[in-house]
Ligand binder design. Structure first.
Ligand code: FAD
Length: 389
């Protein structure tokens, strides 16, 4: 690296992965001539892992991004990235300014995909940000008071966590979970049976194999034609990623995620690294799907790898294997399915209070990791991440 030239490293997105990538890069390059800037539309850090708790009105701690970055020499820009120009190496921001970069970390995450079903965008809530989750929570007491109904569309982990949280907080509500596959289909038989009993205990009605054809005000129409009354509808069926990379001609997969090489650089633009939900990362056993569990190791790896490359050192490829599928079932129950690296269920699973404690540890761990990362490169799943020390 030319010692007289500052390397400008810009991170777009300050969710779980953007924050960790920024802090880790700053720590690893602290005596080097780099300038690191993080761009995010809100100065508040969104604990996405807890948005279903916000959606039922729980009061949770709030964290400010500038506070989490304090003392790290990272500059925070409160803005949304609106476009990328990879030829000029510029990011356009919604405050009509632009940032130049030598290295870009693309960490824009994902949002619920409401585009495919008519009415979903207009008439269903999502858990995409704190404000939406809060607005959803404000509706619940009134609907519960009249014994009304809530429909959760999507029986993946987010849908199950939301439905159980709602049913536990508001026993007077009639909660329906609509899903294409059996909830917890990816879990082992015993964990799935436990989940099924928990859904029964909470009185959650399941409609399996039900594709939603349309979301209406006060109702959901299934593809078989049935009309379900729904005072409040929550959409958790699938995610999509922001279109910035695809719009800029950066190579993306069919879902708009940046296709990466073995060291998490864009295959078309190697000065761009991609992490978290917005990255299409492939391991020898298959592709990663968007989770915090896999996203945090991508971020830690990218911080380490950028620093090593700037120092002219060799880098090892990124390696990751899943460990668990942690699932909260309200505040008083949970089920954790342990898995092999490629997410095949193992025989072991955890339930009840032990699982509640485990899940809480998983959900709260990113914040201490951020705080510690200002001072030392904290191991982030070293057993499976395999990043360079
Ligand atoms: C209710 C719920 C529960 C979950 N539970 C689990 C769990 O138990 N375990 C697990 O592993 N995963 C879980 N997930 C998934 C997990 O939250 C995501 O995989 C994780 O947040 C991905 O991190 P990220 O940094 O890629 O994206 P995000 O955390 O979504 O962060 C993206 C950031 O980019 C910002 N951004 C977006 N557009 C722009 C722009 N144009 N310019 C600048 N910034 C922008 C956003 O504001 C945000 O701050 C859950 C998700 C939900 C919704």
């Amino acid at each position: 690296m030319n010692a007289t030239h500052h390397q400008d490293i810009v991170i777009i997105g300050a969710g779980y992965t953007g924050m960790l990538a920024a802090l880790r890069t700053a720590r690893r390059t602290r005596r080097m001539p780099v300038r690191i800037t993080v761009v995010n539309p809100s100065a508040r850090f969104t604990e996405r892992l807890r948005l279903h708790q916000i959606a039922t009105g729980q009061q949770l701690a709030e964290y400010s991004i500038p506070d989490l970055l304090a003392g790290s020499d990272i500059e925070f820009r409160r803005a949304a990235a609106t476009a990328l120009d990879p030829t000029k190496r510029m990011v356009a921001l919604d405050d009509d300014t632009a940032l130049g970069y030598d290295i870009l970390i693309y960490a824009l995450g994902s949002v619920s995909d409401t585009a495919g079903v008519p009415g979903a965008r207009e008439h269903a809530f999502t858990l995409d940000n704190r404000a939406l989750a809060q607005r959803f929570s404000e509706q619940l007491p009134g609907i519960a008071a009249t014994g009304g109904s809530v429909t959760v569309c999507g029986g993946g982990l987010t849908g199950i966590e939301a439905a159980t949280e709602i049913a536990e907080s508001y026993p007077g509500l009639s909660v329906t979970l609509l899903s294409r596959n059996e909830p917890g289909a990816m879990m082992g038989e015993k964990a799935r049976a436990y989940l099924s009993r928990a859904l029964d205990r909470l009185g959650i009605d399941r409609r399996v194999g039900s594709d939603v054809a349309e979301v209406l005000p006060g109702a959901v129409r299934l593809s078989a034609g049935e009309l379900l009354e729904s005072d409040l509808t929550l959409w958790t069926a699938g995610v999509r990623v922001p279109p910035l990379a695809a719009d800029a001609g950066i190579r993306t997969d069919e879902r708009g995620r940046v296709v990466t090489d073995a060291t998490l650089r864009s295959v078309s633009h190697p000065e761009i690294y991609a992490v978290g939900d917005a990255a299409a990362v492939r391991m020898e056993w298959g592709p990663l799907h968007g989770t915090c569990q896999s996203g945090m190791p991508t971020a830690a790896y990218v911080g380490d790898t950028i620093a090593r490359r700037l120092k002219g050192k060799k880098v090892a490829p990124f390696r990751f294997g899943y460990v668990h599928q942690p699932l909260s079932l309200g505040r008083n129950d949970a089920v954790i399915q342990f898995v092999t690296a490629d997410e095949t269920p193992r025989r072991w699973y955890l339930t009840g209070r032990a699982a509640v404690g485990y899940k809480e540890t998983v959900s709260s761990s990113p914040l201490p990791v951020f705080r510690l990362s200002r001072h030392l490169p904290v191991p982030v799943r070293p057993s499976s991440a395999g990043h360079v020390a």
